[in-house]
Design a protein around this ligand. Structure first.
Ligand SMILES: Cc1ncc(COP(=O)(O)O)c(C=O)c1O
Length: 306
């Protein structure tokens, strides 16, 4: 809902007569009128989460998808764009592949072309960076180099609900323009309290993310050495490619019988023929459990001919 509300309004935040000309340092480009439907172009990374895709669809903009992490393609597309306003949007950590977006390159392009940049850091916040601040901290990118950082409390923080952060003026504008925010009930207080505590824990106890990432590093190395492809994973999400949808479902079922909950991701969440088991390592997994899982996977590779 955060993505669906924020993305269509983001462009208007630049135009809003409410806050004058200066926010984000970009000049105001006039009032939003009918012709502004063709006034901006959204450059959306091809592996963005479905909620980003839906937000982009609702934006009255020209939509250009760029291939996964292909900055050369993005630079060319944005350079050729005739649109007066440009908006780049990407996941920080890709939910189905576990790899991390090249945010520094996107921030450079945004600066060069006076584009807005939005990062959906659902999987980065609480997990990446020395202080758990997410993909930007992981890359050493200042938060001021990204216009909007969106995230969800459903991952590292174990709660529910979405948020977006950015310059005060943009956020103030979103409060009065993002439809899913205005026309839907807010987080219940109990959830807000739980999430606030979870954020404090993430700040206080960095060992949790360190151990989760160590576990992921170990599992990734070991599962690859057993012949599985992990699709460029770099973070705590470690997919193992199975390919065939039915076989992936079978692996999930067989793992379940051994006491391991490991859902598979298949079409339409990923491309057809690219079904995978989507493992997520946490700080609560112990080495023996991971070794047991590796043993199961090695065996299944033989028996199911994976
Ligand atoms: C990148 C990304 N953005 C947004 C979401 C939506 O999160 P939620 O489940 O909190 O609605 C997800 C969920 O999987 C995600 O992976």
């Amino acid at each position: 809902m955060a993505n669906v509300g924020v993305i269509p309004s983001a462009y208007e935040s630049r135009l809003s007569p409410v806050f004058g000309e200066t926010h984000l340092g970009h000049p105001r480009q006039g009032k939003l009128g009918e012709n502004d439907a063709v006034g901006w172009e959204v450059f959306s990374e091809e592996l963005n989460h479905a909620s980003v895709v839906d937000g982009v669809r609702l934006a009255k903009a020209k939509i250009s998808r760029f291939p996964h992490k292909n900055m050369k393609h993005l630079a060319e597309a944005i350079g050729e764009s005739k649109m007066p306003s440009k908006f780049i949007v990407s996941d920080g950590v890709f939910s189905m592949d576990g790899d991390i977006a090249p945010i520094p390159a996107m921030a450079d392009l945004a600066r060069e072309h006076n584009a807005m940049l939005m990062i959906d850091d659902a999987h980065g916040v609480g997990m990446l960076g020395a202080n758990g601040r997410g993909s930007l901290e992981h890359h050493g990118v200042a938060s001021t180099d990204v216009d909007l950082q969106m995230g969800t409390f459903t991952k590292a923080f174990g709660g529910v609900g979405g948020y977006v952060s950015g310059d005060q003026e943009v956020i103030d504008f979103l409060r009065i323009s993002a439809r899913t925010y205005i026309f839907s009930a807010p987080l219940p207080p109990a959830i807000a309290a739980g999430v606030t505590e979870a954020i404090d824990i993430a700040e206080r106890e960095p060992w949790r993310r360190e151990k989760a990432l160590e576990n992921a590093f170990y599992f990734r190395r070991e599962v690859e050495s057993r012949g599985y492809e992990t699709l460029g994973s770099e973070a705590h999400i470690v997919p193992t490619l199975i390919g065939d949808e039915l076989k992936a479902a079978e692996v999930t079922c067989l793992l379940r019988l051994r006491g391991i909950v490991a859902p598979h991701a298949r079409y339409p969440a990923v491309a057809l023929g690219q079904a995978r088991i989507r493992f997520v390592m946490t700080c609560q997994h112990e080495r023996e459990q991971i070794d047991f899982l590796l043993g199961c996977l090695a065996e299944m590779r033989e028996t199911l001919n994976l």
